[in-house]
Ligand binder design. Structure first.
Ligand code: SF4
Length: 382
């Protein structure tokens, strides 16, 4: 199938180039603890061998940043780091990585009096100096709070879009063009909508596509495929990640799934009509990363899927998140949300916290809440 790609500019990331008609790069992210250098190097190299064009690693602390410097010495993979709140860690990692991802919604937490524009300038100067690329990574669960206040709460797309466009304008005004953008949501329909709207306004900026918290395979692969067919099939997208909630030993499946989806789209093996309206039980789960504080999270995501099978015909969304960094925000839009801490799992019903429960009690508590939602009752909340 001949697909006319958007005329994006080319952005070099280590040994690869994205945009401007270059092959769509397939990437993944490590889920080992970044400070466990041996385990992280092993996973980076496994992903690299599986064909990952780029591997991302989360860096949240100075110790993570120091570990990243060691990891770099043991792999030839193109490396990206994921910075959330502590943007200053870029000082340690920038000389050692090929790309830095920052999240506009998380630039507010550290040094609250320093304008976000100064922080972006700081990042652009550092990455420019070291010849690396950047990604403006906008995520539905952590949108810039200023932008959220400007739109109807029902409109979750516009704040993401405006935030991304604003950051592009700033980087352009600084003369920094070596960047791409991502706009991720757990709803494939919204991923399609927001990326199409962005591509219409900035057809020159390369896009990194992904459905966040897609969950467990095979459903997660299907959700992601649906979104990618609609975007890549229309020439939108320069790099992709398929996020899967799988144990560390199976992380390579993200690369296999990504390559297969691209191959199928290229061969025209796509569904002609896609209905995004999810009218049955929808379980979303984060793909896990080094921020997971209890490895029981992966098993829990699987157990939630098994336990809730009896409710398949009900249009209820359950979110299962691995950590406190993104868990509290990203469960807000679900009917029932779980986010995992080291010893307890926090249970939410919409934005309301029901309680924090040990790992061996959480499934019973979740079932109680699920049954109440199904029967339309609210009594019995703990
Ligand atoms: S919710 Fe936390 S553990 Fe899960 S992918 Fe996001 S940052 Fe990582």
């Amino acid at each position: 199938m001949e697909i006319k790609r958007n005329p994006t500019r080319s952005v070099q990331i280590g040994s690869i180039v994205i945009g401007n008609g270059h092959p769509i790069a397939v990437q993944s992210m490590t889920a080992t603890h970044t400070q466990d250098v041996a385990a992280t190097v092993e996973q980076v190299n496994e992903l690299h061998q599986a064909g990952a064009d780029l591997v991302r690693i989360a860096v949240d602390s100075q110790k993570d940043a120091d570990a990243l410097v060691s990891i770099r010495k043991h792999t030839s993979a193109n490396l990206s780091v994921d910075l959330q709140e502590n943007y200053r860690l870029a000082m340690t990692v920038a000389p050692h990585v090929d790309k830095i991802r920052y999240n506009p919604g998380h630039l507010y937490h550290h040094e609250r009096t320093r304008p976000w524009q100064d922080k972006v300038k700081f990042l652009a100067e550092l990455t420019g100096e070291h010849g690396s690329a950047m990604r403006i990574g906008v995520n539905c669960g952590s949108v810039d709070p200023e932008k959220l206040g400007q739109f109807d709460p029902e409109d979750s797309i516009s704040p993401m879009l405006v935030s991304a466009l604003e950051h592009c304008d700033l980087l352009d005004s600084l003369g920094f063009y070596r960047y791409c953008v991502s706009l991720k949501d757990s709803d494939p329909g919204k991923v399609v909508d927001v990326n199409r709207r962005f591509a219409e306004q900035r057809p020159d900026v390369p896009l990194h596509l992904g459905v966040t918290e897609a969950g467990l395979p095979p459903d997660a692969v299907i959700k992601t495929r649906i979104a990618f067919e609609q975007l890549v099939g229309r020439g939108v997208g320069d790099t992709i990640r398929v996020s899967l909630t799988v144990p560390n030993s199976r992380k390579f499946e993200e690369i296999e799934a990504g390559r297969q989806i691209l191959k199928d789209i290229d061969a025209g093996r796509v569904r002609s009509v896609v209905d995004f309206k999810i009218d049955r039980l929808n379980i979303i789960a984060c793909p896990s990363c080094s921020r997971v504080e209890n490895d029981a999270f992966i098993d829990l995501a699987q157990q939630v899927k098994e336990m809730t099978k009896y409710a398949t015909s009900h249009a209820i969304t359950i979110a299962v998140m691995g950590c406190r960094v993104n868990g509290p925000g990203e469960t807000d839009d679900a009917d029932l949300g779980l986010w995992c801490g080291p010893k307890y799992v926090n249970l939410k019903r919409g934005t309301t916290t029901v309680g924090a429960f040990p790992y061996d009690e959480i499934l019973d508590q979740l079932k109680q809440q699920l049954d109440q939602l199904i029967t339309g009752t609210t009594t019995g909340s703990t």
